[in-house]
Write a protein that binds this ligand. Structure first.
Ligand SMILES: NC(=O)c1ccc[n+]([C@@H]2O[C@H](COP(=O)([O-])OP(=O)(O)OC[C@H]3O[C@@H](n4cnc5c(N)ncnc54)[C@H](OP(=O)(O)O)[C@@H]3O)[C@@H](O)[C@H]2O)c1
Length: 293
């Protein structure tokens, strides 16, 4: 374990083990990879935490539930669908930490769900905001202040590349535009959410996990998977366990408002300045997309 991981781990253990009352933690995407690593790490540092993981893979969930502290729960949901997110959030009665790691790696073009939102954008962006929106009353009433962590890419968002004429990318979808919309919208939406007077009890963090050795590339075609597998075999990337410590460290270190963090959990400083007009447009568009689906 590197000195940086050790330092993050020590700090996380100190903070999490001293939390009273025990935190209620929801990890969406907790059945695999980074989310799984975060859920397991929180359980190690704070065995009395009430941890709920959300995903589709019941057997993967069952394989770790016994390691998730004293009150583990699994909520089965396809979180590419806003209707399933509404149903899933109704099963949650308290939340102090909401961790959003659901995602896929695919080279497919626009793939609309039955709700006519692109599958990848639903996972990486719209559904995550809906989780926050639905859980806001619980997040606001958290006794010690609540934390929301978006694990996507808090480093590379670029609002100048947003297509303001086709924000949902219904007509101009490409892999790069989908990636940039999800990253940049997340940067702007956490700013919006943190700026609301009712949300001063909540901090919002958008994290870049770096290259992490998870199964996310397993569904890519062979030719696209091969170079990734070779890189990982040669030592590229970090383990989900190490990544989890940095992500938790960054989340706990956001004192108020919102911030973007890098793969070591440190604040990203080189970001283009946020323009309030863009923030308002993104919020209006997002509300429209997630409402009544
Ligand atoms: N790994 C990396 O190097 C890397 C780098 C940059 C960014 N990221 C981002 O980090 C996030 C986590 O990635 P990861 O590497 O941990 O991926 P992963 O190991 O493949 O885990 C993805 C998680 O998302 C859940 N998920 C996917 N589709 C779902 C659906 N329709 N409904 C419910 N849950 C769904 C999966 O749960 P079920 O299988 O149970 O449905 C799983 O728990 C992703 O957003 C990814 O884009 C990863």
């Amino acid at each position: 374990m590197s000195a940086a991981v050790r330092a993050a781990r020590t700090s996380n253990a100190r903070i999490l083990s001293s939390l009273k009352p025990s935190p209620n933690v929801v990890v969406v995407g907790g059945t695999s990879g980074i989310g799984r690593g975060i859920a397991l790490s929180i359980a190690q540092h704070c065995p009395s935490a009430n941890i709920t993981i959300v995903g589709r893979n019941e057997s993967a969930a069952n394989a770790i539930l016994s390691q998730l502290g004293s009150n583990p729960k699994f909520i089965r949901a396809d979180v590419s669908l806003m209707s399933e997110i509404r149903a899933a959030t109704k099963k949650i009665s308290a939340v102090d930490m909401l961790i959003l790691t659901q995602g896929i790696l695919t080279m497919a073009g626009r793939t609309p769900t039955t709700e006519n939102i692109d599958n990848k954008l639903a996972l990486h962006y719209y559904g995550r905001v809906l989780f926050v929106q639905e859980l806001l009353p619980l997040l606001r009433s958290s006794q010690n202040g609540s934390k929301v962590l978006f694990v996507l890419d808090g480093v590379n968002g670029n609002p100048s590349k947003i297509n303001w004429n086709d924000m949902a990318l219904e007509n101009t979808y490409s892999l790069s535009s989908a990636a940039n919309h999800a990253l940049s919208f997340t940067d702007l939406v956490i700013h919006y959410l943190a700026s609301q007077q009712e949300n001063t009890n909540i901090t919002f963090t958008h994290a870049f996990p770096g290259v992490v050795r998870t199964p996310i590339a397993d569904n890519l075609p062979f030719w696209a998977r091969l170079p990734i597998k070779c890189g990982l075999a040669l030592g590229l990337g970090v383990s989900p366990e190490d990544c989890a410590e940095f992500m938790i460290y960054g989340m706990l270190g956001t004192d108020k408002g919102s911030r973007c963090i890098n793969d070591k959990g440190e604040t990203v400083t080189k970001k283009s300045p946020i323009q309030e007009e863009m923030v308002a447009k993104v919020w209006e568009h997002t509300s429209h997309m997630i409402t009544l689906k």
